[in-house]
Design a protein around this ligand. Structure first.
Ligand code: AMP
Ligand code: ZN
Length: 481
């Protein structure tokens, strides 16, 4: 079965056909880094990370690019308030954002470009646009995109130029009075006192916001890409302007599929920094396991608004715990099955019984049903229901006398489906002090016997469990990382 994606461009669900067989080129607009990210910003991160994981599960190689906007009025304002350079602010919050992403099990992108590192590319694209008649420099050095020169303008947001014209008349703010047309938007603007700036043929200044994504997308993925994504507030003007810039400069269609997540709301209003009605990811993680937040985000379809509330978080916690408990139960039964095997070592593990083989076949069906839900425009809400059904099936059919192989099959399937959702459902078992000390003693004995391979292996094994060894004159000391 192929994947169907709701494409904002056509407002229909379309079969996903990649530009190049087996490969996906995907660009997701990232955050402006002047503060900790809020959980609204985390929604696209989690949603599109899940899209990426599912695509990989289907065998695609995904080239996933997501930017950090690190030059912006808000960053500059904060830098001036603190009396530091704006990159001090942006680097600080890029690092903090990456920590939040890691906690939420959002995998790092293939590339995380930053606007300030791509200025040359922006100057080049602006120059091309001017040469092709799609942009012009005003007297003060501001460069504008000539919106009416691009015939497809409005195709993403399904807006008509004349309606926009009416709406935009009031948007003529001071400093923009040199525009040829109120619809034109800024590609490059002159520096102001106390702002970072770069040299350009038009004036010392800095880029407008939209040009960075057109340039970074082309730099890392090429002129044509498969999927471009972000929150629905980006449809207009950001993505509309990106299309105009890219297609006018490259003379080619830009992205084939445009995906937009609906808002994360609070009291049915969009959560946003400017409205002040937000919780940072950091604040939420003080109260909840990050996996619960991830589960919560995926419990609704990405195109449905999601209202944040303590009740829904509680429901998410219960849902997530149900999966974790089922895996714990399987691990418990597996330990018992393994212990049983030691007692009767001579007899080889019996493998699955005929009944278990049939049940394992039934369990495999859940994977197909999960895929069906995800193929339908990444319906994570339905996909999670399938995981619950699998969990129920496992709870019913895993028994004290189940074979190890059968138990492993059930566990593997629960882990597989959870992992596609980026949910970690197997809690790492902490090593007990006694176990650690026994391994250290074994390592000492191995070293004495000059079996260094085994000694190294033990060190590595401990390291993987977060135990750090230190060889001191008084002997081996250890601590938890
Ligand atoms: P920003 O830092 O505002 O540019 O936002 C970064 C990303 O988060 C963009 O894809 C936005 O569309 C998205 N975003 C911001 N607020 C919300 C929200 N309340 N719900 C869902 N997505 C959001
Ligand atoms: Zn963007």
């Amino acid at each position: 079965m192929s994947i169907k994606i709701f494409n904002t461009l056509t407002r229909t669900k379309e079969e996903f056909v990649p530009l190049e067989p087996g490969k996906v080129k995907m660009y997701v607009c990232g955050p402006t880094v002047y503060n900790y990210i809020h959980i609204g910003n985390a929604r696209p991160m989690i949603v599109f990370d899940t899209v990426r994981r599912y695509m990989e599960h289907k065998g695609y190689q995904v080239n996933y690019v997501s930017n950090f906007t690190d030059v912006d009025d808000k960053i500059i304002k904060k830098a001036n308030e603190e009396g530091v350079a704006s990159e001090v602010i942006s680097q600080r919050f890029i690092a903090e954002c990456k920590k939040d992403m890691e906690a939420l099990n959002v995998r790092p992108a293939t590339a995380h470009p930053q606007a300030t590192q791509e200025i040359d590319g922006m100057l080049q694209m602006i120059d091309t646009l001017i040469r092709k008649g799609h942009a012009y420099a005003a007297e003060d050095g501001t460069v504008y995109f000539r919106t009416r020169s691009f015939p497809g303008y409005g195709k993403l947001s399904h807006k008509n130029l004349d309606d926009l014209q009416g709406g935009n008349r009031s948007l003529l703010v001071s400093g923009e009075d040199q525009k040829e047309d109120p619809l034109d938007f800024v590609l490059w603007k002159p520096k102001k006192e106390g702002e970072p700036y770069w040299k350009s043929p038009w004036c010392d200044g800095r880029p407008g916001w939209h040009i960075e994504c057109s340039v970074m997308s082309r730099h890392y993925l090429g002129e044509e890409i498969d999927i471009h994504a972000g929150g629905e507030d980006l449809i207009f003007p950001h993505h509309e302007n990106e299309i105009a810039q890219s297609e006018a400069a490259n003379g080619k269609p830009f992205a084939r599929y445009w995906m937009h997540n609906a808002f994360l709301n609070i009291d049915n209003r969009k959560m946003s920094k400017s409205a002040g009605n937000f919780f940072t990811v950091r604040e939420i993680l003080e109260k909840y396991d990050p996996q619960v937040l991830r589960f919560f985000m995926l419990s609704a379809h990405y195109r449905s608004p999601l209202n944040f509330s303590a009740e829904l978080m509680e429901a998410a916690k219960n849902g997530y715990d149900r999966i974790v408990t089922s895996v714990e139960n399987l691990n418990y039964l597996l330990e018992r099955a393994a212990a049983g095997k030691v007692v009767s070592e001579k007899a080889p593990a019996p493998g699955m019984t005929e009944t278990e083989k049939k049940l394992a076949g039934d369990a495999a069906e859940f994977v197909n049903r999960f895929d069906e839900a995800m193929d339908d425009d990444f319906n994570t809400a339905d996909a999670i229901s399938v995981i619950f059904e699998l969990v129920k099936f496992a709870n019913t059919n895993a028994r004290d006398d189940s074979s190890e192989e059968f138990l492993q099959t059930l566990k593997k399937e629960i882990l597989l489906l959870s992992d596609i959702c980026g949910l970690v459902v197997e809690r790492k078992q902490e090593m007990l002090d006694g176990e650690i000390e026994a391994l250290i003693a074994e390592r000492q004995a191995a070293r004495k016997a000059k079996n260094f391979a085994r000694a190294d292996q033990i060190r590595k094994e401990l390291q993987e469990k977060g135990i750090i060894l230190e060889d001191t004159r008084e002997g081996v000391k250890w601590k938890r990382a």
